[in-house]
Design a protein around this ligand. Structure first.
Ligand code: IFM
Length: 406
């Protein structure tokens, strides 16, 4: 039996652009229209209108936490012009959580930015940190009673995307989704050594500065515990790959874990594990239980990631803000999650502080240019928006209710 503390947060996570629909002022909306082969988010899961149903389903099985993001492009559709109506909308989402006894975990920025921000050069343009801090300042007005706030989601993936885009621009190529793309398995295997494997540490340091500026605002304006969430890759060295591993992991991860020192907490997001040899990332071996995004079935990645985060952050308290599997087989999802949680319990038994577990994702949603990878505890009919809970939702609710796994 693995048991968890009585005040442990149990829940699921989503992100605005992946579930809300019609985020027409976001840079991703534009990217979808301009990238050949990319699926469109369009209405997504229509959670912008159906968030009450989503939160009620989560609470109904005994889960007590919901992570969601605010869409900067809705709140500030034009530079310096803030929408009070959108702020009121997100306040209603927060209130809805409270009404259901659900702890909201609010992300200020999850991959998307307003198109005007992208047009002026994005994160690396002069003044980006100040503009983000101004948005965070305005949005903090709706965070009364919110205990957990994330400044940015996976800045390390955003840094890898920026690094990859720079390289592609240099070689005349175009955009590809951060998690999946239209290449064949063989093509993906061949190029996976390069694709989003690297992040320039300078870009990482830039994001650390942006995070700290946003953190300062949030600490001044709210009583929330503030952190950011990092995509952990649970990398290991193949024989001869030790030096390459250290080099790759620094730019892609460790600069961000280091940047969370001094935060109230850090979000660990882990899905799979991968080896690094002297040339770089070793492609995931092809196996029957590989996920719908081509990664290896590695529930042990979560505990590996937690231990690494604990070491590099020097003990910043952790929350699992994402963990899950892209699969059409819900029994595989339950098996994966049970194994991941058993490993997580071991890390906590070893003295690592973990405040909660938020599964990715509550809903099958828009996986950044693709709809096929289904990560959800709840299926969504994209024509009618009818929600159909999968057995894994009730299963995770029972784990929460029992505060552990047998
Ligand atoms: O869907 C994404 C999410 O937006 C960020 N973390 C990884 C998830 C699965 O790929």
């Amino acid at each position: 039996m693995s048991t968890f503390p009585t005040d442990f947060l149990w829940g699921a996570a989503t992100a605005g652009h992946q579930i809300e629909g019609n985020n027409v002022n976001s840079d991703w909306w534009t990217r979808e229209q301009t990238s050949p082969g990319m699926a469109l988010s369009l209405d997504a899961c229509d959670s912008y209108h159906r968030y009450r149903e989503d939160i009620a389903l989560l609470a109904g099985v005994g889960l007590n936490a919901y992570r969601f993001s605010l869409e900067w492009s809705r709140i500030e559709p034009l530079q310096g012009h803030f929408s009070n109506a959108e702020l009121a909308h997100y306040r209603r989402v927060i209130e809805c959580c409270f009404e259901h006894g659900v702890t909201p975990v609010v992300t200020m920025q999850h991959f998307t930015a307003p198109q005007w921000f992208a047009d002026r050069g994005g994160w690396s343009a002069d003044g980006a940190a100040e503009l983000f801090a101004a948005y965070v300042d305005r949005a903090s007005s709706i965070l009364d009673g919110v205990e957990w706030v994330v400044t940015m989601n996976e800045p390390n993936m955003q840094a890898a995307i920026m690094t990859a885009m720079r390289r592609m621009a240099e070689s005349g190529g175009g955009w590809q989704s951060p998690t999946v793309d239209d290449r064949t398995d063989e093509e993906r295997q061949r190029s996976s050594r390069e694709f989003l494997a690297y992040a320039d540490p300078e870009i990482g340091r830039m994001f650390v500065g942006i995070h700290h500026a946003a953190r300062t605002v949030l600490k001044a304006k709210t009583s929330a515990k503030v952190g950011w969430t990092i995509a952990a890759q649970a990398l290991t060295a193949a024989p001869g790959g030790e030096q390459k591993l250290a080099e790759m992991r620094y730019g892609k991860e460790d600069v961000f874990w280091e940047g969370s020192r001094g935060d109230d907490w850090v979000g660990v997001q882990a899905y799979s594990s991968q080896q690094v040899d002297a040339q770089g990332l070793v492609p995931h071996p092809i196996a029957p239980d590989n996920t719908l995004v081509g990664t290896a079935y590695r529930p042990d990645a979560l505990a590996m990631a937690v231990r690494h985060a604990h070491e590099v952050t020097r003990g910043v308290p952790i929350m699992i803000t994402e963990n899950g599997i892209a699969t059409a087989d819900d029994e595989q999802r339950i098996r994966y999650t049970a194994e991941a949680l058993a490993g997580l319990a071991e890390t906590m038994n070893d003295g690592i502080t973990v405040h909660g577990y938020l599964h990715w994702s509550l809903l099958d949603n828009f996986e950044w240019g693709h709809w096929e990878p289904t990560f959800g505890l709840i299926a969504v009919d994209r024509e009618t928006f009818v929600r159909t809970p999968k057995p894994s939702l009730a299963w995770l609710g029972a784990v929460a209710t029992n505060q552990g796994l047998s």
